[in-house]
Design a protein around this ligand. Structure first.
Ligand code: B12
Ligand code: SF4
Ligand code: SF4
Length: 381
């Protein structure tokens, strides 16, 4: 170690860069009452839908010191997943499924977590009695406001962190530590008069800039939400089958993002770039597990993916999908059967009527019965 006073912040940032992080900053271990009040308002408005885990430990989520009283500083890390392709490229190919950029490669939870752990190990070796805890995504930690406080960028009107160097394409991770580190200074909002993310949203999920109603967000509907997708939002989903990037992808700050900075773990897997809806509709459990092994999609299960593919098929206007959708009318999962009824009503109303005569009376699940009743008044694409 060189003699003289150490610049531990610079050393940590250099170590983070070696571990594959694109950015690193330091924040005081507090988010303050304004953040807590906004978060509380969001919960009280029901914007979290059925993500009830957002309510549990809300006080710890809103304030780092409530989660861990010994924390003195927060180190925020960003890892780039900047895409090499236009995320809108498949919007005009309704027979193909759009998988959001973040889910086309390896699972970021694993990649970011293992890099955070390596950084934490390095930090505890630098001084006596230093304690650290690492978090990515699933812990009660508000990563976006913390990243803004640590100077990684600002929370854009789409609510995600925007970086001047990496646009909207950073995964975030946090290291809470007992070390006193000099804060980097908070990021400044550079959205200005831009409203691109607000107007592009296909399901109108922003009641106001900087505020997202997750219940209307395609990311929530296709990944987090377990039951039937609300009828009025199905059309807006288009051919998105897992997550959505539309509000991120239109952000003008992405022009500074370079796919060369993308961590290699997030290179897209060829079979997840433009999968055909017909193939996804035909997935059984084993096929689902094989296709999505090592991907974050695996966690959501086959039923949700096939439900989403059926909704996308209903939006496709593609007569070739009538057969695979019809096959799903006998699926053991009622959520899949229900989505298939809706899709068939859109793709081939006459066939839907014929199938209804054969099946509606013997259907035992109330949600699927409701879909058959709706199929009475089909809305062709
Ligand atoms: C719950 C969650 C979701 C939910 C809700 C999203 C949301 N906006 O809250 C759903 C399932 C919809 C979702 C979707 C996505 N998510 Co998500 N999600 C989370 C999670 C677990 C918690 C987020 C949270 O705390 N929400 C609560 C709300 C209230 O917090 P907030 O958005 O910060 O709200 C603040 C603003 O509204 C602000 N505010 C209100 N009014 C005003 C006014 C002004 C002027 C200002 C400045 C601020 C402001 O105050 C609120 C409190 O601070 C985080 C991981 C984590 N632990 O932080 C990942 C996380 C936010 N998700 C992430 C990603 C990548 C996504 C998707 C892009 C995935 C995809 N492609 O489908 C989409 C993006 C959708 C979108 N536009 O947000 C990344 C974002 C990285 C980044 N650069 O910001 C995170 C950080 C995960 C990670 N570790 O990388 N997600
Ligand atoms: S992720 Fe898609 S659906 Fe969700 S807010 Fe952004 S544009 Fe809207
Ligand atoms: S699209 Fe425009 S308004 Fe939305 S986050 Fe980016 S700069 Fe801000």
């Amino acid at each position: 170690m060189a003699s003289g006073k150490r610049n531990l912040e610079a050393e940590i940032a250099a170590e983070a860069a070696k571990l594959g992080f694109a950015d690193c900053g330091f924040a005081p271990a507090t988010l303050g009452p304004e953040n807590a009040a906004r978060f509380q308002q969001w919960l009280e408005g029901g914007c979290h839908g059925d993500m009830l885990w957002m309510e549990g430990r809300a006080d710890q989520r809103a304030e780092p010191k409530v989660l861990w009283s010994d924390v003195r500083s927060v180190i925020m890390l960003g890892m780039s997943y900047a895409p090499g392709r236009d995320p809108f490229a498949l919007a005009e190919h309704p027979d193909r499924a759009r998988i959001s950029v973040y889910a086309q490669g390896g699972d970021y939870h694993k990649t970011v977590k293992s890099a955070l752990k390596a950084l934490a190990r390095w930090i505890v070796e630098q001084a006596d009695d230093v304690q650290v805890k690492v978090f990515v995504d699933t812990a009660p930690v508000m990563e976006k406001p913390l990243a803004m406080a640590a100077g990684l960028g600002w929370q854009g009107k789409h609510t995600n962190l925007v970086s001047r160097s990496h646009g909207s394409w950073l995964f975030l991770g946090a290291v809470y530590t007992t070390l006193e580190l000099a804060p980097s200074g908070a990021g400044r909002d550079r959205c200005g008069s831009c409203t691109a993310c607000q107007t592009v949203c296909p399901t109108d999920a922003f009641p106001a800039p900087y505020r997202l109603d997750a219940r209307r967000c395609i990311s929530y509907l296709t990944i987090e939400h377990a039951g039937p997708i609300p009828l009025e939002l199905r059309e807006g989903i288009g051919n998105h089958v897992y997550g959505c990037d539309d509000c991120l992808a239109v952000c003008p700050w992405n022009k500074f993002a370079d796919a060369a900075h993308r961590n290699r773990a997030f290179l897209p897997r060829a079979e997840l770039v433009a999968p055909s809806l017909a193939d996804l509709l035909a997935l059984d459990d084993a096929g689902f597990r094989a296709l999505f092994s090592g991907s974050p999609i695996k966690r959501s299960g086959r039923g949700r993916m096939v439900r989403n593919a059926a909704v996308a098929a209903g939006n496709s206007g593609d007569a070739a999908l009538v057969a695979p959708v019809t096959a799903l009318l006998d699926d053991p999962d009622p959520v899949v059967r229900g989505a298939a009824v809706w899709a068939l009503g859109r793709l081939d109303p006459a066939r839907a009527m014929a199938e209804r005569a054969n099946r509606a009376a013997s259907e035992s699940d109330p949600s699927v019965q409701a879909e058959w009743r709706l199929a009475d008044a089909p809305q062709p694409v």
